[in-house]
Design a protein around this ligand. Structure first.
Ligand code: PGA
Length: 252
């Protein structure tokens, strides 16, 4: 089994243009080239082309967008299409991040259409799933994640599924400094693989890269990444400092 190892930095709505260029340059120059670990940077939209240019010379670095629209063009003021992202050399798109679900009311139907827009434009979706605190307290976290998966990815072709990346991000761990324990992460990742196996088949499920996200930092990354079903991380806060992000990358 040869699942890809991936570390992705989600910069969210942070950094000015000059700061973003400096950070990306510092990250790239401080990481030794290693094709065994794919590194992705998700900057805010306006910086995408420039960040793509910075990572372009490295076969182990890529850029991606934090969101996309469902349509490829049209009268949707303020939105950005997957087609436009592709033209800025983006390779990946975050779909269904919990902040999009929570603050922009993004639900399964919309997210399904966004995933389709990504595949239509040869972009790889990083589909984010995860429960909120009350759902975990009520022991509903497995049901919630199973539904987030079945409603949004069940319609994909086998070939599309083989390109998809999934990020498990318990919402109670995002930006809170509270991390899921390696045991909690592994338990959910194994469950996600089981759900994909039922929706598709065990062989395909075994190949889908599953990232953990939620207060991942240089101090806890090694333990999280050593879980058998954790194939890397989606990093928020700690991706905004080159030294921390590089240390997380080097945790494999
Ligand atoms: P965090 O964010 O690492 O700051 O918790 C993760 C994310 O939202 O992707």
């Amino acid at each position: 089994m040869s699942r890809k190892k991936i570390v992705a930095g989600n910069w969210k709505m942070n950094k000015t243009f000059a700061e973003a260029v400096a950070l990306a340059s510092e990250i790239v120059s401080s990481c030794k080239k290693d094709d065994a670990v794919t590194k992705i940077i998700f900057p805010p939209f306006p910086f995408l082309s420039s960040i793509s240019g910075i990572v372009m010379d490295r076969s182990d670095f890529f850029s991606g967008a934090q969101n996309c629209h469902t349509h490829d063009s049209g009268a949707y003021t303020g939105e950005v299409s997957a087609l436009a992202l592709r033209s800025c050399q983006a390779k990946y798109v975050l779909v269904g991040h919990s902040e999009r679900r929570q603050y922009f009311n993004e639900g399964s139907e919309l997210l399904k259409a966004k995933i389709d827009a990504c595949f239509r434009n040869e972009l790889i979706p990083v589909y984010c799933v995860g429960e909120i605190l009350s759902e975990r307290k009520e022991d509903r976290h497995f049901d919630v994640v199973a539904l987030q998966l079945s409603e949004v990815i069940a319609h994909l072709t086998q070939e599309q599924l083989s390109r998809l990346i999934i990020a498990y991000e318990p919402v109670w761990a995002i930006g809170t400094g509270e991390t899921a324990s390696p045991a909690q992460a592994q338990e959910m990742h194994a469950f996600i693989r089981k759900v994909i196996s039922k929706l598709f088949n065990p062989a395909t499920a075994a190949e889908v890269p599953l990232l953990y996200g939620g207060s991942c930092n240089p101090g806890n990354a090694k333990e999280l990444f050593s879980c058998p079903d954790v194939d890397g991380g989606l990093i928020g806060g700690a991706s905004l400092k080159a030294a921390d992000f590089t240390a997380i990358i080097n945790s494999f």
